[in-house]
Design a protein around this ligand. Structure first.
Ligand code: HEM
Length: 141
């Protein structure tokens, strides 16, 4: 359950991110691939080199899904149902990878929105990304 201040901070950070999902998403994906190279194996059919349009597009998709989730905090299961099926059944992403991506999203927020990324907002967004991740791997078994 998200408190009123969680909701405020999550919505506020999403509003900061929304105009720049390509740029921010690309950086989060690039940091994920650089710090955890094994995650690249899921994207072996895409060009994951620095500056790749595919990485930018993927980063934007991930952040837009997070934006959608931020507007559906009370029913993440329904809001992310298709995405959850896809990650569990088609992509078969190991659940252990989600926190790595979430961490890199937080790093990008901290770098680009230092004023907004207060300890309280950090905690709220961390909780939110963990809830999104849990929803995405809830269908694995
Ligand atoms: C595809 C979101 C975590 C691997 C996608 C798509 C979205 C998305 C929106 C596009 C789906 C579509 O086109 O129908 C998310 C979110 C995540 C997350 C919100 C967690 C917060 C991960 C992780 C991995 C991963 C941790 C693996 C390390 C993939 C792959 C695709 C994909 C391989 C397909 C890429 C392609 O072929 O175009 N994800 N994802 N995802 N995701 Fe995730």
């Amino acid at each position: 359950p998200f408190s009123a201040s969680d909701r405020h901070d999550i919505t506020h950070l999403w509003e900061k991110m929304a105009p720049n999902v390509e740029f921010l998403g690309e950086e989060a994906m690039e940091r994920l691939f650089k710090s955890h190279p094994k995650t690249k194996t899921y994207f072996s059919h895409l060009n994951v080199e620095h500056g790749s349009a595919a990485v930018r597009a993927q980063g934007a998709k991930v952040l837009n899904a997070i934006g959608h989730a931020s507007k559906n905090l009370d029913h993440l299961d329904e809001a992310l149902s298709n995405l959850s099926d896809k990650h569990a059944h088609d992509l078969r992403v190991d659940p252990g990878n989600f926190h790595l991506l979430c961490h890199n999203i937080l790093v990008v927020l901290a770098i680009h929105f230092p004023e907004d990324f207060t300890p309280r907002a950090h905690a709220a967004f961390d909780k939110f990304l963990a809830a999104v991740s849990e929803t995405l791997y809830s269908k694995y078994r």
